[in-house]
Design a protein around this ligand. Structure first.
Ligand code: ADP
Length: 191
């Protein structure tokens, strides 16, 4: 079983590349952002709680996020592997994920980190705002907040996996196909 953490700042292309990777490798894709947004749409209790955080570009508290992620993994018992997209976003989430997978006899195989300069991210998010309908893409202040939260709370998660020798940096600028080829090559290179 291969379990991939697809990592990178907001706008790095995690969602786009996840779709390619699911088609090609048959992973189950778990995006915490997508799960929160579908709960908001369905007006569930979790959605009501999450909305205030998403709209401001803040992280949803670890406790609820971790529980939601674990429930989602448990809902796909036959998965041959997972792509975790947007999770873990804090060191506490990374530790929880490691312990949870270990309890099932599994582990993270690699963190594939899409590397994209900050200026390019801002341009992409502003462009995405025209079509995504996402409240958090529409406001430059919220975009800035998400980038700040990424730098402060999420970037350290890379160290967590570097320490385990699982970090693989992937150049995230270029054509979508080209970036997909880079990610595929990295996955095929895993033992
Ligand atoms: P992006 O990577 O473009 O910021 P996501 O869809 O991954 O978009 O996340 C959108 C929002 O959902 C985040 O700004 C945050 O509020 C919330 N969120 C997603 N994943 C997590 C997580 N693992 N922990 C806490 N909050 C999260």
């Amino acid at each position: 079983m291969q379990n991939i953490v697809l990592f990178g700042p907001p706008g790095a292309g995690k969602g786009t590349q996840s779709a390619f990777l699911v088609d090609h490798f048959g992973f189950v894709h778990l995006s915490t952002g997508d799960i929160f947004r579908s709960n908001i749409k369905g007006a569930t209790e979790l959605g009501k709680l999450a909305k205030s955080y998403l709209d401001k570009g803040q992280l949803v508290p670890d406790g609820v996020t971790i529980e939601m992620l674990e429930d989602s993994v448990n809902a796909s018992p036959d998965a041959k592997g997972f792509i975790f997209d947007g999770f873990p976003r804090t060191t506490a989430q990374a530790e929880a994920l490691d312990a949870f997978l270990k309890g099932k006899g599994h582990a993270i195989s690699a963190m594939l980190a899409l590397e994209v300069p900050e200026e390019e991210l801002r341009t992409r998010l502003a462009k995405r705002a025209e079509t995504s309908g996402r409240v958090d893409d529409a406001d430059p202040l919220v975009i800035q907040k998400r980038i700040d939260v990424y730098n402060e709370e999420t970037a350290p998660v890379a160290e967590h996996y570097r320490f385990q020798n699982k970090y693989i940096g992937v150049q995230g600028v270029g054509g979508m196909e080209e970036i997909f080829e880079r990610l595929s090559a990295a996955i095929k290179g895993l033992s």
